[in-house]
Design a protein around this ligand. Structure first.
Ligand code: DON
Length: 312
């Protein structure tokens, strides 16, 4: 039996001298205010046991990790027709890249790059006002994590709305191709607010449990999606969840994962555990530098991988 708490403690101890490495995102002014010297890690197994270290219960801005939850919602509302609007291929480009969109007539490569997530927000908005759609997203995440205290940080939402020039460019560009159904400011209103959800590592790991549990949250007993859908969301996280760093993450960690520029990463060990890490310093692909290392150490020490069984 592996002693998960001992592994998590050892990862925390080993990485402590390096916390603060990387560059905190500053293109959203409110994110630049975050203390770079933070590190948190929570691992929750399918029996609901929690193994944690550091700043694991401090809420932070989940940013692009929210794209996993809105994709799940959009698939629930629109089913497979979601894929008429957004692709399923890795982009090999930065999360906020605009170049590929013109070559591909305004249809984003995947739901995790910003352009793709904006299309997914448009899908979640169907039949709702922006306020209702934002409420639906918050309630869905609260239901996944079984925690009604989860909320949006309004200062982060405001800060990103005021400076989201690149996202406005992406959304207007897609609108010009007829790829968005709703008004650009309504779609981006939903997108900016979902990115501004504030959650701790423990809350995030709980919200990812359904992906580790074949679609069912083993703590609440709620079946969130079918096992096939959980596998497919995991596949997208593996191939696209770290943008142009997805190959590297698969190589070093070997688990589906989704990063955010707030420095969080949600990783899924199917059949075993849901894991969240947070450390705000980012690598050159915009993914948490220390968080990625922590997950690499966890995968190495537990043997968890979607690519093969651990050596015996
Ligand atoms: O749209 C943006 O730029 C941010 N709200 C989210 C980007 C993000 O988290 C990319 N992930 N590493």
């Amino acid at each position: 039996m592996v002693d998960l708490q001992a592994i998590v403690d050892d990862i925390h101890r080993t990485l402590t001298p390096r916390i603060g490495e990387g560059k905190v995102a500053d293109y959203i002014p409110q994110l630049a205010r975050v203390d770079a010297a933070k590190f948190g890690m929570s691992v929750i197994d399918l029996d609901g046991r929690v193994y944690k270290a550091g700043d694991c219960d401090e809420p932070f801005s989940i940013q692009s990790i929210s794209k996993v939850f809105t994709l799940t919602l959009a698939l629930g509302k629109h089913g497979e027709s979601t894929w008429n609007r957004v692709g399923r291929e890795p982009s090999g480009s930065a999360f906020n890249s605009i170049v590929q969109l013109e070559h591909e007539n305004g249809k984003p490569r995947n739901p995790f790059i910003n352009a793709g997530a904006i299309v997914v927000s448009d899908l979640v908005l169907a039949g709702h006002t922006p306020r209702e759609a934002i409420g639906e997203i918050v309630r869905f995440v609260q239901y996944l994590a079984d925690d009604t205290s989860i909320a949006i940080d309004p200062d982060v939402a405001k800060s990103e709305t005021a400076t989201g020039y690149r996202n406005f460019a992406l959304a207007n560009f897609m609108k010009s191709y007829g790829k968005l159904t709703h008004a650009v400011d309504h779609v981006l209103g939903v997108y900016f607010h979902q990115c501004a959800l504030a959650m701790s590592c423990t809350q995030l790991a709980r919200s990812g449990l359904f992906l580790a549990g074949n679609g069912k949250n083993p703590i609440t007993g709620h079946t969130v999606v079918s096992s096939q859908r959980a596998r497919r969301i995991n596949a997208l996280m593996l191939t696209c969840g770290h943008y142009d760093g997805s190959g590297d993450f698969a190589y070093h960690v070997g688990l589906p994962g989704k990063s955010g520029v707030g420095g969080g990463i949600l990783a899924v060990a199917p059949g075993r555990a849901s894991v969240a890490v947070w450390s705000p310093g980012l690598n050159h692909n915009g993914n948490s530098l220390i968080g990625s290392l922590a997950l690499e150490m966890l995968a190495a020490r537990t043997g968890w991988s979607v690519f093969g069984a651990p050596a015996t």
